[in-house]
Design a protein around this ligand. Sequence first.
Ligand SMILES: N[C@@H](CCC(=O)N[C@@H](CS)C(=O)NCC(=O)O)C(=O)O
Length: 330
Amino acid sequence: MGHLQDGYWTNEDNLTEHDGNGLYVKQPSQFRNWVTADGAAGPTGSGGFKAESGRYVLYAATSCPWAHRAVLYRVLKKLENNVALFDTDQKVGGQGWGFREAGHRVPGTSHTANWLHEVYTLSDPSCTTRVTVPTLWDTKTQTVVSNESSEIIRMFDTAFAGIAPPTPELYPEELRDQIDAMNTFVLQNINDGVNKCGRSKTQAAYDEAFVNLFDALDALDERLGRQRYLVGNTQTEADWRLYPNLIRFDPVYFVGYRCNLRRIADYPNLSNYLRELYQTPGIADVSDIDGMKAGSFGKAGPIGWDGIIPRGPENLLMQPHDRDRFAVAA
Ligand SMILES: N[C@@H](CCC(=O)N[C@@H](CS)C(=O)NCC(=O)O)C(=O)O
């Protein structure tokens, strides 16, 4: 994909994306402010972003696992009536992420935009950055609050507590060390691991990523044979940071990203665990597998070789799961 250079869109993809060994390296996000309950500054960025119903807009894309995290949290944290959601797509010959409806009226402004990068330059007219989903937009200050999924989900977890209906906290104080350790493991080997398999430029880099990916999946399958969730018997952020990759694994990564040692369906515990998460109320509705495949294998997608979309696999995600054999922690 292209990027913004001094406020102008270029389709040149010349921001560094690979290390010296050809390994795909994810770029740091540029917008790092936080929505907080009282508008105080978060761990990064500046303050001024108080949680208010109707103030913030989430831009996402069905194909993107990072954006999926934020979309999942919007459901899990019951924020549908508080944070608006707009999906974007890539188009052949387009300029990165584009709005589904031509002339999208950017909420809070009188501007219309066809491309997400236009929202970024409304916020910072001279920015040099990748334009990524998820992006959280503030209608009040007309700025991008954040384009970092790991931070957007933390904001969604707590900032709207007084506004949205009550829901369990997914990053509770007492489990933070364990969640952080699990997140690091999953990020390196799975969240980034699938991209390292799919996008690295050398055989050696791919081989290493492939071994790490399946070693990690083997370890998680074994772990989930002993406990219900990644961190004990409590559902946490760690589970929802893994889910977007598990749900895409068999339909997209196995075929398109050369992640083909085993399918998730071949793992007894991971496959049941995936079914449990998928069957959580509201989650199947925001897990559009056909949309994920279309956005990935379609001609404008990252693996859109010829635009032909694989038909399989059979969707068995609504079949019963066996996770009730573990009690959920009170
Ligand atoms: N740091 C971001 C990464 C998100 C990301 O890489 N999104 C991809 C889509 S899956 C994207 O928008 N890529 C566009 C680009 O890199 O130019 C996050 O975790 O929120």
